[in-house]
Write a protein that binds this ligand. Sequence first.
Ligand SMILES: NC(=O)C1=CN([C@@H]2O[C@H](COP(=O)(O)OP(=O)(O)OC[C@H]3O[C@@H](n4cnc5c(N)ncnc54)[C@H](OP(=O)(O)O)[C@@H]3O)[C@@H](O)[C@H]2O)[C@@H](O)CC1
Ligand SMILES: Nc1ncnc2c1ncn2[C@@H]1O[C@H](COP(=O)(O)OP(=O)(O)O)[C@@H](O)[C@H]1O
Ligand SMILES: [K+]
Length: 525
Amino acid sequence: MEILSTAQMRAIESEAMTSGAITGPQLMERAGAAVAGQIRLAWPKAGRATVLCGPGNNGGDGYVIALLLRRAGWRVRVLGCDGDPGPDAAEMRRRWRQAGPVLPLTPQAFLAAPPGDICVDAVFGTGLTRPPAREIAQVLALLPGEDVVAVDCPSGLCLDSGVLLGRPRAGDAGMPRARLTVAFDSPKPGHLLGLGPAVCGRLVIADIGLGPWRQTAARGGPEDRPDGRPGLVAIAQPATAPRDGAARSGLRALLAKHSPAHKFSHGHALILAGGVGAGGAARLAARAALRIGAGLVTIGPPAEALAEHAGPPDALMRRAVDAAPDLSAMLGDARLRAICIGPGCGTRRAAALLPAALGSGRPCVLDADALTALAADADLAAGLHAACVLTPHAGEFARLFPDLAARLDAVPARGPAVSRLDVAREAAARCGAVVLLKGPDSVIAVPDGRAMIHSAVDVPWLATAGSGDSLAGLIAGAMARGVAPCDAAGLAVILHAMAARSIGAGLIADDIPDRLPAILRGIGA
Ligand SMILES: NC(=O)C1=CN([C@@H]2O[C@H](COP(=O)(O)OP(=O)(O)OC[C@H]3O[C@@H](n4cnc5c(N)ncnc54)[C@H](OP(=O)(O)O)[C@@H]3O)[C@@H](O)[C@H]2O)[C@@H](O)CC1
Ligand SMILES: Nc1ncnc2c1ncn2[C@@H]1O[C@H](COP(=O)(O)OP(=O)(O)O)[C@@H](O)[C@H]1O
Ligand SMILES: [K+]
């Protein structure tokens, strides 16, 4: 599935209307009908609804919804803004007024009667530019506790970033929480990033017939994009991937093994390990690299720690890597196709080995201590190249790119707010490598501007020691198999979350690699 920025969405909408194939009011009718249809599915018995209509087209959708619910037997109360909402929304408001009044959008009017079974939040959508203020803010503050259906998004959420404008990014006190959000055509970044998933509740993406224009836009080069970004942002969402035929076949294509290949055709991955007592992280990575199908996996600790790796899996090869010359000698074998450096490695060891690893030009995952080493030494960062995948969590990202992290931390006063997508893209462009910014909302960014968002908010058990190590191993294993760095990162985050989801509560990082055979079987790989 693809996601669109709000600028891209507006451009596609305007292209559709300019084509003459569809008018603004028709699009609004489709949007309103989609929301009303979802409400009737979720609440089959007609009840009472309060519909809050804002000053723009989101409000216009609200008037359509009000009218359709009323026709379906609901008792509907509408609170709306004065002023000119634009021609399409004005037409919908006029149609509603033939059926009922528009009360002022004030806390007094809202509290004058019970809100009913549901409140429809059609105040702000993609056009939010600043934090809701005054009476509108007061009304929105009354919504928590009600059953809210949000049109496009809960009002106040910046759909480009997933932050609530005017509020600290982490704070969620009193934030709006919809039970259901119906958005149009494609998800926006804010549905998946930051607080988006928590405030949107169940997200339904409604098709309103813009597909042909979206596809035209998707073919355009960077210069064609309204926000100057190349192409559209691809989304990898594990919750939909297993059911989505195209996504499944995409995963299958990356994972398939064909006869008559031999083990070296599936690549050899080297997982560099740390010193005595620090081998667990690298072993988790190595196990994951084996499970994702690398033909061979070698773990490379210093000689003094080699004995620690004598236990299973027996499939794992061991070879001492004491210093950079040992690594360079190993990398003389062209069959060694990918390197993973960082998990449990120790910062000094990572710093010592990185020049040889990066200088080889081999696909390379840099995680944990390798990222810390990188942050401390600009010369090391100069060796990064397009086949490198950096896998920082938020803390490591802040060490590597303190200025970008500071922009992300600032309280967003205006929309669109800076997003994790923006900073990951900037970081990738700056360092010339793939950046996987980890978290419940992981972002994968490629130096040319392509990006993916992967939401794993439903698997909080992934936040456990060693989980990132297994992810790094999955990426290294996939790259050893010849999967492109960006695809390897995307594939790995999907499989990682699918494995975690299938384990559920009680998950520890050791379980993740061992769950892969079942997951791969399910995909049909
Ligand atoms: N794109 C599509 O394909 C389709 C889109 N559709 C619908 O249109 C929605 C987008 O409509 P929209 O562009 O009119 O913006 P919307 O979110 O209604 O609000 C913006 C208005 O509020 C204002 N404003 C902003 N912030 C404010 C604040 N804090 N406090 C007060 N005012 C504030 C802002 O004006 P400003 O003051 O910034 O100049 C503007 O007037 C979209 O979410 C979807 O529901 C569907 O109908 C059909 C298909
Ligand atoms: N709340 C969360 N929900 C879902 N996934 C998460 C959450 N927090 C972290 N993750 C994922 O778990 C992994 C944790 O990696 P990391 O922070 O490097 O852990 P470690 O260093 O202990 O291995 C990453 O893949 C990250 O995307
Ligand atoms: K809304």
